[in-house]
Design a protein around this ligand. Structure first.
Ligand SMILES: C[S@@+](CC[C@H](N)C(=O)[O-])C[C@H]1O[C@@H](n2cnc3c(N)ncnc32)[C@H](O)[C@@H]1O
Length: 261
């Protein structure tokens, strides 16, 4: 198990879909259309959210290869799209074993903020060597704010961002710095890089997602141990009241990166 459950991924998918930068999506579609190798590899695919975001736009002749280490998420991808996809279970850390045969383009969503500097170096070297483009969407960029402010919002955000640097299976994570670090490494390796914001704006209609997101923030802040339980509890009570009664909006910053050779 990866710790990313299907409910969380399913709740975030529609918000992810409307948040992805549209100009970059058009750029990816065009790049996949122009690639001579007709396989797209989606890494850290989960249940196939990126495939669903892109597959209707790209030609039917494109083959999709989805790669993840979590067999439960891959099972769900197989249940939903089995006949349309090649599914591979593996660990991205084994970079030399990345299945790049016939791959003209690599995609990823909500992945690179989990990764370490060392992984990004090795990964960019690998795709650069093979001359493959990359679309890396929805990396968390460290920004969180709410339409109904609370005095602890800033300190909670700072603690959450510090917690994002903990090891998520790749070594010390880049967290909010990932998108920029990735973009710089890609440029150094000769890529033309485009970046665009893809912020989540969670509305009252996404109350369930907001509650799950809050639970994740609280877990991280508890674990970090800098604020006492009563303070975290007060903040969380306030945030839940704002979701339930006031229809509070929550903004969570993300960045999309498109890198072409
Ligand atoms: C936040 S989820 C995003 C899933 C999907 N891309 C989406 O946007 O819904 C991160 C995904 O990366 C996968 N993952 C994390 N570490 C991995 C590793 N070392 N090798 C392969 N997959 C990994 C997880 O299993 C999970 O499916």
């Amino acid at each position: 198990m990866s710790g990313f459950d299907r409910t969380w991924l399913a709740l975030r998918e529609p918000v992810d879909a409307r948040s992805r930068d549209k100009a970059l999506l058009a750029g990816v579609t065009e790049a996949i259309g122009n690639a001579s190798r007709r396989t797209v590899l989606d890494i850290g695919c989960g249940t196939g959210s990126t495939f669903r975001a892109l597959s209707r736009e790209v030609g039917k002749d494109v083959r999709w290869r989805l790669f993840d280490r979590d067999p439960h998420l891959l099972d769900e991808a197989a249940r939903r799209h089995g006949h349309e996809l090649e599914l591979i279970q593996g660990d991205l850390n084994e970079i030399e074993a990345l299945p790049l045969t016939d791959v003209g383009f690599v995609t990823a969503s909500a992945l690179f903020d989990l990764c370490s500097k060392e992984f990004v170096h090795r990964f960019v070297d690998r795709i650069a060597e093979a001359g493959i483009g990359l679309y890396a969407a929805l990396s968390y960029d460290g920004q969180m704010r709410w339409s109904k402010p609370h005095p602890l919002d800033e300190v909670i955000t700072a603690i959450f961002n510090a917690h994002q640097l903990s090891d998520k299976g790749f070594g010390v994570a880049l967290g909010p710095a990932a998108w920029e670090f990735l973009a710089d490494r890609l440029r150094e390796n000769g890529y033309a890089v485009r970046i665009a914001g893809s912020p989540w704006i969670m509305t009252a209609a996404e109350a369930d997602l907001q509650r799950l997101f809050l639970a994740g923030v609280m877990r991280a802040v508890f674990e970090y141990g800098e604020l006492d339980e009563a303070e975290i509890g007060d903040w969380a009570d306030f945030r839940h009241r704002m979701i339930d009664r006031e229809g509070s909006l929550c903004h969570v910053g993300h960045q999309d990166v498109l890198a072409l050779r």
